[in-house]
Structures are given as C-alpha cells and as structure tokens.
Design a protein around this ligand. Structure first.
Ligand SMILES: N[C@@H](CCC[C@H](N)C(=O)O)C(=O)O
Length: 295
C-alpha cells in the first residue's frame, strides 16, 4: 500500500466517460482488478475506461515514441483489459493535459498503443464552450470477408473495419433492434475477431448523417465510441460509393450517438479525423483505505 495520495479526475467525450489517473512517472500500480473497481459505477468512481496519463519515456509500451510525443495514453477498458486505441479517450486525454496546464491550445502529439496521434485543441468559445478537440486517427482498414452479427433472432451482415482496434458495423432498420445490449452481440466467423470486437448498429438520418449505438469490447454498451464513429463513417461512405482516395475530395459524416454528435472526416490521403467536445467534470483524491482494499 502506498502512503502517497493518488489523484484522479473524471472526464467525458460525448458521454463516453473516463477515470483519469495522472501518473507522469508511471509509479501507480494499475492491475486490471483496480481498473475495474475504479470504473464500477456503484463501488468506484464510474467510467467506461481509465486514462492512465504517463510520460512516454516512463512507460515500456511508449518509450520508443518518446521523441515524437511527450505523453502516453495508457488506455484500459472498464473490465481492465487493454485496447489498442480509444478515440474519445485521446480527446479527453488532451483536455486533461490542457486543464493541468501541461499543454495549451493548438497542436500536440499523443502516444497511444495505436501509434502517435496528432491532436488539435481548438480555441475556447463563449463562456461554457471549451472548444472542440480534433484527433487524426490514421487510416481505416477494411479487411475483405463476410461478417455477421446477431441479436436474438435478428442477424445482419456487418462491415469489418479496423481503426487500430476491431469493429463490426451493421446497418439496421431501427436502433431498437439492437435490444438492451447487456451482453456482447454474437458474431461469425469467430476467426474474424480473435480478440473480440466492438459492434456498431447504424441507421441513416439524412445525407452523410447517421446515428448509431455501440457495444464496446471490455466496456458494454457506451453512450459514445470515437473509433466506432470513425468505423461507421468510413463504412457508410463506402456503402454510399464515396471514396476520397478516388475523388480527391474529403468526405464528412455527422455521427449521432446517444451521448452527442461527432463529425468524422476522411481525407484523400486516407487519414480519418474526428472532432467533438471533451470535458473535465471533477477531480479529487482516491481514499487511501479504499485503494488499500484493492492491492
Ligand atoms: N470508447 C473508445 C474505444 C475503447 C476501446 C474499445 N472498447 C476496444 O476494446 O477496442 C473510443 O472512443 O474509441
């Protein structure tokens, strides 16, 4: 048990919420069991995941990126599992760095397990408007091959999209057909996603405007998923016959999620950008006895 205090913050991006643990020197032991307890909405702080804020030079998974990005987002899902990337997480991570006075408005690079991501913190607007945060997520990869997802007796073909992490995007007639999403929707073939998958259910709302729900690997149904919104926008663009690499023009989709709207733009060079809000809600100190109970 450590006698030093462990600080935390709570933040969200379109209501995809995170417990933020600032730990520049990588001194906090964060086993999966502690991550799960931090994310517990009754016995912990509550969140869809944990953003462990570490200097790249201090973390073995990020040391090789330290020259390109000072800070490493050590992201964990609510069940304690590690994911390659979290799109809303990296925007909230940048908001934390700004909140802590570690960076200002403008551009910064953040190291993630999915590589170094370029982030832009927009100038704050009127009172109460912190300004949006944009992240360049890199290219979407769309492996060939049929994938199917199901909920109860309903079954849909899904598009396999990787945003660094795996997604199955199913276009449905009604978002309610996804049901309560208390459990992960089954998919096939199993070989398509050996490490599990995030599943998105999508409906059209208008030209280049969709709405979605998501069941996240390791976190359950969440109110938003940034990588999911990117996967959905790219899958919708291909379905709609829009490919910026062919036309030379960027393609943008508005993606409505239960927690708010993200705007996803795919550039002719393949880069997928995501823009939306990111908010710090609270900060405090973990109770030492509570923490000791989990060591
Ligand atoms: N909510 C995130 C995605 C977090 C990771 C995901 N659950 C996975 O296991 O791949 C986002 O905003 O992208």
């Amino acid at each position: 048990m450590s006698t030093s205090q462990t600080a935390f913050l709570k933040g969200h991006g379109t209501e995809n919420d995170f417990v933020i643990v600032p730990d520049p020197d990588n001194a906090v032991d964060l086993p999966a069991s502690l991550v799960a307890r931090l994310c517990d909405r009754r016995a912990g702080i509550g969140g869809d995941g944990v953003l462990h804020v570490v200097r790249s030079a201090a973390h073995p998974d990020a040391r090789s990126m330290a020259d390109a990005a000072e800070w490493f987002m050590d992201y964990r899902n609510a069940d304690g599992s590690i994911a390659e990337m979290c799109g809303n997480g990296v925007r909230v991570f940048a908001r934390y760095l700004q909140h802590a006075g570690l960076v200002g408005e403008g551009d910064l690079a953040v190291a993630t397990r999915g590589g170094v991501k370029q982030v832009h913190i927009a100038k704050a607007g009127a009172a109460g408007d912190a300004g949006d945060i944009t992240v360049s997520m890199g290219r979407a990869v769309l492996p060939e091959g049929d994938v199917t997802v199901s909920v109860g007796a309903r079954e849909w073909p899904a598009r396999n999209v990787s945003m660094g992490n795996p997604h199955a995007v199913a276009f449905v007639d009604d978002l309610d057909h996804a049901g309560d999403l208390f459990t992960a929707p089954p998919f096939s073939p199993a070989a398509a996603y050996p490490d599990g998958v995030n599943v998105e259910f999508v409906v059209d709302r208008g030209p280049r405007h969709v709405a979605m729900r998501v069941h996240e690997r390791g976190s359950g149904e969440t109110r938003s998923c940034g990588t999911g919104a990117c996967a959905v926008a790219v899958a919708a663009a291909r379905r709609d016959g829009a490919d910026p690499a062919v036309t030379g023009e960027p393609v943008a989709y508005a993606v409505d999620l239960p927690g708010g709207r993200l705007v996803i733009t795919e550039r002719p060079d393949g880069a997928v950008e995501m823009t939306g809000p990111a908010v710090i809600v609270a900060e405090g100190v973990l109770d030492a006895d509570w923490l000791a109970g989990h060591s």
